[in-house]
Write a protein that binds this ligand. Structure first.
Ligand code: ZN
Ligand code: ZN
Length: 303
């Protein structure tokens, strides 16, 4: 596999039976917690979460981790007036750090809808303005010249045309959601940060069945798989899941394809490939019938 670069993603799989996929996903950032660049992470990528999701003529961007910087550059090279909807899962640094570096923000011809879960009584526009305050960032929020519309989606469903996006609160510090995107009978579920087992500091209990329904029969599930079972022992309550836990959720929900996501910044490529191979064997031995991959920066998923 080629090292991750700023170049446009390359296609690595084909949707069967149709020329135009209902949903096309490009991974611009797959790493969790903090960027982890360097030769040891070049295969799966060092940028923090950002997915480009093409739904016919509509563009949805999931999270604004450091991967969104190169996506913005790509969009401006492709069109003078980018139009997109950015859906944030939550506002931990690794999911917003790229936001001020998303160059379409500074283009008056851009049209951007920005959606995410309200955090207590603080609206998300205020959160972004705070992120760009002078102590943290040199360019003021007022420098944004794109046409922007902000909205909240804590739970429930947002629909436009033939696109349906549902949000569900998951087990992770702050108000964090996962998204399910549906179009033309196909579905993508994106849950980058979620602790599937153990005590939940947010007090969310008994949501397992709701979560199983939420991921139910998804064509693709992209889920938090930050730890091995051994690592989890020391990190229970930190808001993240293990590879095994993600596999078991995918099996329970009857998903067709699982991608491990939110890779630990300490996880080098060779180790992740080895874990992927081990988990595939484990899934086989337990009779799990879905495809298993580790999300890598620069790849494209056709659904
Ligand atoms: Zn995260
Ligand atoms: Zn988080």
């Amino acid at each position: 596999m080629e090292p991750a670069t700023d170049a446009a993603p390359t296609v690595t799989s084909e949707a069967s039976g149709s020329a135009q996929p209902a949903i096309r996903v490009c991974c611009w950032g797959t790493r969790g917690s903090i960027p982890a660049p360097g030769p040891a992470t070049a295969q799966y990528g060092g940028n923090t979460p950002c997915l480009e999701v093409r739904l016919g003529d509509e563009l949805v961007i999931l999270d604004a981790g450091t991967g969104i910087r190169a996506l913005g550059t790509s969009l401006l090279a492709e069109q003078d007036a980018p139009r997109a909807s950015i859906f944030l899962t939550h506002f931990h640094w690794d999911h917003i750090q790229g936001f001020p570096f998303f160059m379409p923000l500074y283009n008056p011809a851009s049209s951007l809808r920005i959606m995410g879960p309200k955090q207590l009584d603080v609206d998300i526009q205020t959160l972004f303005a705070g992120q760009m305050g002078p102590i943290y960032f040199p360019i003021p929020y007022e420098a944004i010249s794109a046409q922007t519309v902000f909205g909240h989606l804590n739970e429930g469903t947002w629909e436009e045309g033939d696109i349906c996006i549902s949000a569900m609160r998951v087990r992770h510090p702050s108000f964090t959601v996962g998204y399910r995107i549906e179009r033309a009978g196909k579905s993508l579920v994106y849950i980058p940060d979620n602790e599937l087992e153990g005590d939940d500091p947010q007090g969310l209990v008994d949501c397992r069945q709701e979560l199983v329904n939420f991921v139910g029969d998804a064509d693709v599930l992209i889920h938090d798989s930050m730890y091995t079972d051994e690592e989890y022992q020391a990190k229970a309550g930190w808001g993240h899941s293990t590879f095994r836990q993600a596999l078991e959720l995918a099996d329970e929900g009857g998903v067709k394809r699982l991608l491990f996501f939110h890779h630990s910044p300490d996880r080098e490529d060779a180790e992740l490939s080895e874990i992927l191979s081990d988990r595939r064997e484990m899934a086989l031995s337990r009779g799990f019938g879905f495809d298993i991959e580790a999300a890598s920066e620069g790849n494209e998923i056709l659904i």
